[in-house]
Write a new protein. Structure first.
Lengths: 160, 537
């Protein structure tokens, strides 16, 4: 039993059309679900990290502080660190603790007077600028604020 | 086009894929094939959609008790299209049962399981069981009260077979009958690791057998030329699949998917009930009590399944037109009537749920979670117009109390409250002032949010709660005594009318209660009741 060519075209078009609609109706929400960020991401907030008076001008210190972070459906209160440099009486910079190359933890090298990343020997000046090694950009910084003698560290990270 | 052709030719030469697809599409089907045979394809696509939405859900889901609930709540409240995808998976499961049963009914009515198609039918029966197993194991995964208590009943039924019972329980990770982390892991691994490959395998065998024996013809087909599967039958299958899909998407958008409170094994008020397609079993069990329970729970379902599995060997008559298959029609009608009657009876005799089906989806605001004394202190702050000088969120005439807690001693605050400025005096009483002093010195982030956001009606309710010292006997949001019942989640098991009547005459509503009567005016009664019913569990 043969069917006419026009009928055949109609069948094929409907099969492709309805199939396409169903595929799109599943793919679009799936993409949104996987790619769009959760609705209520915690906005930036500042947490007190250290007293300004405990830092010496011109000497970076590794400061450990606690902050609340939203991780998926969990709210974590966890330890966090930053290399904080008191530049003068009233200004500080807080470098994020990862090397800008591949994310290793770096430290302040007292003798050489620079920051040294042990992974691929990138070094950074006290201002965060790359001195040697493969690091592609200066050290990233947390936004900071000073209030009533306390250093507050925010969640936002500034890259240069 | 020419390049496309050469790519296809290359592929065909190396893999034979083009001729394989053509072989599949240009399969002969009998002249009578048509709309009544679309259900198998719909079931296949329904299954593939479940796999797809299931994988998406698993991508944001933590399969452990407790975390499971939190992550599911995250999926439906925080993620774009999360509610929709869960809706597709949830209603997809229900529709899957409908389609699979309709597919079986069609095959049964037409007698399409007769020789040589017995094996196709038997594999199909096992696929029906797998579909039900997905339903049973998936039911636990939201880890809300509905999931937990429903599974308690399931595992208890599974423990009934004499001798085997304790081992079945142990296999389900429910040694001794308790539902916990191991039960959860067993159910989850069955749902996502064991059942899907088994289903794929059996579907492959099922489809292979359908192809091997061809679509079952009717007696008239012998005289008619055969048709090709593509495009006419594929068109009909596609249209039917599309109708199923449209129904599914509509349900996923329009009908809410339940998510109750997180599973609470100590909740004695929750009435468990199974998913709608198991209600008839649940109802049938009620007819068999005591030593007979095993008859309803194990023996009858096993015999029914055996009869279903062996149907091709029981019905050995020659192939006949559907109009002549009166016996089969009678069995289907009887089964449908029996199922409907049992299901209707189950729905009619189960008391309404003590918990709103989407209790877990309500967004809880800070004011619903802070103790009543704090919310009442916010009320005192507002009532005394403290905000005229203390603007929340910025420094004005007075300091911004939202930014930092007051460091002043309580005595200073009490004096300040009584006369905040020259020629200004408070209207508040001492207990209210003490509450306010405690609040401004000790408030936390939630308190600060509630301070600016709490609706006035709720604040009024909290002030009435404090003024009547309800906390002397009741605990609410973690504060108060426990002489009387904890009031969190009271709306889950008491109506508004009950609560209002109960305030005026407690003994009438709960005989033997030691609670004194409270003669509140209708405004206060309304505010207090609204406040209490808004506090979540």
């Amino acid at each position: 039993m043969e069917i006419t060519p026009t009928r055949r075209t109609f069948y094929s078009a409907v099969i492709a059309g309805l199939g396409g609609i169903m595929t799109a109706a599943l793919a679009a929400p799936a993409a949104a679900y996987l790619l769009i960020r959760p609705k209520s991401q915690k906005q930036s907030d500042f947490v007190p990290a250290a007293d300004l008076s405990t830092l010496t001008v011109g000497k970076p210190e590794e400061v450990v502080f606690r902050r609340t972070r939203v991780d998926g459906w969990r709210v974590l209160n966890e330890k966090s660190t930053a290399w904080v440099l008191r530049k003068d009486e009233q200004t500080v910079v807080a470098y994020t603790p990862q090397c800008t190359h591949l994310g290793c933890a770096y430290h302040w090298d007292e003798k050489e007077n620079n920051f040294l990343c042990p992974c691929h020997t990138s070094t950074f000046s006290i201002d965060g600028k790359v001195l040697t090694g493969p690091a592609p950009r200066p050290l990233d910084r947390y936004v900071t604020r000073i209030e009533q003698g306390k250093i507050l560290i925010g969640t936002e990270i500034q890259k240069s | 086009m020419k390049t496309l052709r050469s790519v296809i030719d290359w592929l065909e030469d190396r893999t034979g894929i083009e001729s394989a697809i053509k072989h599949f599409l240009y399969e002969d089907v009998p002249a009578s094939a048509g709309w009544h045979q679309v259900l198998g394809s719909v079931a296949l696509f329904a299954f593939l959609t479940q796999v797809f939405t299931g994988m998406l859900l698993a991508g944001n889901y933590a399969p452990t008790p407790g975390e499971a609930y939190n992550s599911l709540r995250f999926i439906v409240t925080e993620l774009t299209a999360g509610q929709l995808i869960r809706g597709l998976h949830h209603w997809g499961a229900s529709l899957m049962i409908v389609i699979v049963v309709l597919h079986m009914t069609q095959v049964f009515l037409w007698g399409a399981y007769k020789k040589p198609r017995e094996a196709t039918w038997m594999v199909g029966t096992v696929l029906l069981l797998l579909t039900l197993a997905y339903g049973l194991t998936g039911y636990l995964l939201p880890w809300d009260n509905r999931a937990y208590w429903g599974t308690v009943v399931t595992t208890q039924i599974a423990s009934l077979p004499p001798g085997a019972g304790p081992y079945v329980l142990r296999l389900l990770g429910s040694d001794g009958g308790s539902i916990g982390a191991i039960t959860f892991a067993r159910f989850y691994s069955a749902h996502v690791l064991l059942l899907p490959p088994l289903t794929f395998l059996l579907i492959a065998i099922h489809v292979f057998l359908v192809r091997r024996h061809g679509v079952a013809p009717v007696p008239e087909d012998a005289a008619l030329p055969k048709k090709k599967f593509y495009p006419e039958q594929v068109f009909k299958d596609t249209v039917a699949t599309f109708i199923w899909f449209a129904v599914l998407v509509t349900m996923a958008i329009v009908v809410r998917v339940p998510l109750g409170h997180v599973a609470d094994p100590t909740d004695t008020s929750y009435i468990p009930r199974p998913e709608w397609y198991f209600l008839f079993l649940f109802q049938m069990l009620k007819a068999f009590q005591g030593p007979l329970e095993i008859v309803g729970a194990v023996i009858i379902p096993t015999l029914a399944l055996l009869a279903l599995l062996l149907a091709p060997f029981i019905d050995r008559g020659k192939a006949a037109r559907i109009r002549e298959r009166t016996g089969a029609i009678a069995i289907v009608v009887l089964a449908a009537v029996g199922w409907s009657a049992l299901t209707a009876r189950a729905i009619a005799t189960t008391p309404p749920s003590t918990e709103s089906p989407d209790a877990g989806l309500a967004l809880i605001e800070p004011w619903q979670e802070i103790p009543a004394d704090q919310l009442a202190a916010i009320g005192a702050f507002r009532k005394d117009n403290c905000g005229n000088c203390h603007t929340l969120g910025k420094s004005a005439t007075g300091p911004d109390l939202a930014k930092a807690a007051s460091q002043k001693p309580v005595d200073w605050l009490m004096t300040h409250f009584k006369q905040p400025a020259p020629n200004v005096a408070t209207q508040l009483k001492n207990p209210e002032l003490r509450g306010l002093a405690a609040f401004v010195t000790k408030r936390n982030d939630q308190g600060v949010k509630a301070w600016s956001e709490a609706p006035q009606a709720a604040v009024d309710g909290a002030m009435i709660y404090q003024a009547n010292q309800c906390g002397a006997c009741h605990k609410l949001n973690g504060v108060g005594m426990q002489t009387g019942p904890v009031l969190n989640g009271v709306a889950d098991h008491r109506t508004r009318e009950w609560l209002e009547g109960h305030f005026a005459d407690p003994q009438k509503y709960s005989p033997g209660s030691t609670m004194p009567a409270y003669k509140l005016n209708s405004h206060d009664l309304d505010r207090l009741t609204s406040y209490l019913t808004a506090i979540p569990k």
